[in-house]
Design a protein around this ligand. Structure first.
Ligand code: ZN
Length: 457
C-alpha cells in the first residue's frame, strides 16, 4: 500500500512538499520553503513529519525557492544525505539560488538582532551557506522523457514551460500513476518550450495559483510592455520592474530586446540590478536543450536574445546605489518579484513618491507582500521603517504571468484524463474557483487537501 502526505503548498503558494511512501520506502517530491507573512514563514521552523526518518530520495519539479528552498534545512538540521534529483538546468540554477537564499537568511537574522525585532533571542537563520553547500553536493541531474528508478517505483520528467528546467513529474508506484504538475507554465511565451501534456494519471496534483483567473487576451504582453515603456520615456520617468531573478527577468529582457529590434519602443537604458538575475540569464543562454525554435534561430543568427541595446549589468551594491542619482528616463529590472526584499525595495522607496515614475509588476503578488499592497492601490506604504507616499503609477501586467490561467489549466488537465485531482499550490480563492470549474467538465473526484492530510494512492 502506498500513501501520499501533503506537507506544504496546499492552501498556500509556497512550501511545496509531498511525501510519497510505499513498502517502507519514501520519495519527497519538492522541498519548498514557506514564504510570506510570519504566520506562513513560521512553518519552516516546525519539525517536518520526516524529521526522525528523512526520505530516501528527493525529486524536484523546478528551482524556485518555494519548491526547493527547504533543501539546505533538510541537509543541515536533519542531516539528509540521499540523492536530490532534478533536471540539469534546475541543478545549475540551484547552484546560484540556494547560496543566495542562505545569505538572505543570515542577513535577515542579523538585521532582526540588530534592531531587536525578533521574539527569539538571538534570531537564527533557518540555514547557513554551509548547509546550502551540503545540499548542492546531493544534486544529481535527471533526464527529461526517460523513466528512471526512484525508491517507490519509477519517475519521468516532462517540460512544464514555467521557468528554465521546470518539469512536471510522473511517478509510477505499485501500478498507479501520479502526476505532480509543479508550476504549469504558459503556451507561446518566448524562450522556453510549451508545457507538455501529462500522460494519463490515476491522481493528478494540480497547481491552482491562477485557478480563479483568466489572463486577459485583449492585450498581449508585448503591447502592454511597449505602452508603458513609451509612457515613461515620454514623461522622463523611471520604470521599476520588480521581477523574479529566474524566469520573469529573462522574459522581460527578451521582450524589450525584441520590441527595440522591431522599432516599437525607444531604446532606453536598462539596468539589470540583481547579481542573481545576471547569473540566471547566463544559464538561460547556456541550456540550449531548453530552448524553443525562435530561441534556437536567434542564437544561430548571432543575436544576443536577452540584450536590449542599452543594457547595463549592475553587480555591486555601489553600482546599484548610483542608480539613485541617474538622469531619467531609464528602466530598472531588479529582484525580488514581490518586493519582499532585495535591491528592488530600495528603488521603490526612492521612486514611489514621484508621479512621473512607474512601477510594473509582472508576476503573482502573494497576500501580505509589499507588492500586493501596491497592486491593491495602497496610498502609502512602509519601507524600512519609513512611511512612503505612493504617487508613481503602479501597474500589474497580468499578461505576463508565468502560471497557466484557469482555461489553460483545464486544457492541460484534459490531456491527463485523471481519475482524481488534488488541487494544491493556491490561495483559497483560486482553489475554490478552479474546483468549481473542474467539477463542471470533469467526472472524477476533486480534492482540496489541507496541510498535513494524507491520502491512500
Ligand atoms: Zn515556480
Amino acid at each position: 500500500m502506498s500513501s501520499l502526505a501533503f506537507l506544504g503548498g496546499t492552501d498556500t503558494v509556497t512550501g511545496s512538499k509531498f511525501l510519497l511512501t510505499s513498502g517502507g520506502r519514501s520519495l519527497l517530491v519538492d522541498c519548498g520553503m514557506f514564504q510570506g507573512p510570519r504566520e506562513i514563514s513560521q512553518l519552516n521552523w516546525q519539525d517536518p513529519p520526516f524529521a526522525a526518518a528523512p526520505p530516501d530520495e528527493v525529486l524536484l519539479t523546478h528551482a524556485h525557492i518555494d519548491h526547493s528552498g527547504y533543501l539546505p534545512r533538510l541537509a543541515g538540521r536533519y542531516a539528509y544525505e540521499g540523492p536530490v534529483r532534478a533536471t540539469a538546468a534546475t541543478v545549475d540554477l540551484l547552484g546560484v539560488m540556494l547560496p543566495d537564499a542562505a545569505r538572505l537568511q543570515e542577513e535577515t537574522a542579523e538585521y532582526l538582532n540588530r534592531k531587536g525585532y525578533s521574539r527569539h533571542h538571538p534570531a537564527l537563520p533557518l540555514y547557513t551557506p554551509e548547509d546550502a553547500e551540503r545540499a548542492l553536493r546531493l544534486l544529481q541531474p535527471a533526464p527529461y522523457h526517460e523513466w528512471f528508478p526512484v525508491p517507490v517505483g519509477q519517475a519521468r520528467l516532462a517540460d512544464a514551460g514555467h521557468i528554465l528546467g521546470a518539469a512536471h513529474v510522473t511517478v509510477e508506484v505499485e501500478g498507479r500513476r501520479l502526476v505532480f504538475s509543479g508550476d504549469v507554465g504558459r503556451w507561446g511565451i518566448p524562450v522556453l518550450k510549451d508545457p507538455e501534456p501529462p500522460a494519463g494519471a490515476d491522481l493528478l496534483l494540480l497547481e491552482s495559483t491562477y485557478g480563479g483567473r483568466d489572463h486577459p487576451d485583449d492585450l498581449d504582453p508585448d503591447s502592454a510592455l511597449a505602452a508603458i515603456v513609451k509612457r515613461v520615456a515620454g514623461r522622463r520617468g523611471v520604470m521599476v520592474i520588480p521581477a523574479f531573478a529566474v524566469g520573469r527577468s529573462q522574459e522581460i529582457l527578451f521582450r524589450l530586446r525584441r520590441l527595440e529590434d522591431e522599432g516599437r519602443v525607444p531604446a532606453l537604458p536598462v539596468y539589470l540590478d540583481s547579481p542573481m538575475s545576471i547569473e540566471a540569464t547566463e544559464l538561460y543562454r547556456a541550456h540550449v536543450e531548453e530552448h524553443d525554435r525562435e530561441m534556437k534561430a536567434l542564437e544561430q543568427a548571432g543575436v544576443a536574445p536577452f540584450r536590449p541595446a542599452r543594457l547595463r549589468l549592475t553587480r555591486t551594491v555601489e553600482e546599484s546605489k548610483r542608480l539613485n542619482d541617474l538622469e531619467p528616463p531609464f528602466i530598472v529590472l531588479s529582484a525580488s518579484g514581490m518586493a519582499t526584499g532585495g535591491r528592488v525595495v530600495h528603488h521603490l522607496k526612492r521612486r514611489l513618491p514621484f508621479s512621473q515614475n512607474l512601477v510594473a509588476f509582472v508576476g503573482y503578488q502573494a497576500v501580505g507582500t509589499l507588492g500586493r499592497s501596491l497592486v491593491d492601490g495602497a496610498p502609502r506604504v512602509h519601507i524600512h521603517g519609513d512611511e512612503v507616499e505612493v504617487r508613481a503609477e503602479v501597474v500589474m501586467l497580468d499578461a505576463f504571468s508565468a502560471h497557466a490561467d484557469q482555461g489553460e489549466l483545464l486544457r492541460w488537465v484534459q490531456a491527463a484524463a485523471p481519475r482524481r485531482i488534488a488541487l494544491v499550490h493556491g490561495e483559497d480563492e483560486g482553489r475554490q474557483a478552479l474546483a468549481g470549474a473542474l467539477r463542471e467538465v470533469f467526472a472524477g473526484e476533486v480534492l482540496l487537501p489541507a496541510r498535513g492530510d494524507s491520502l491512500e494512492v
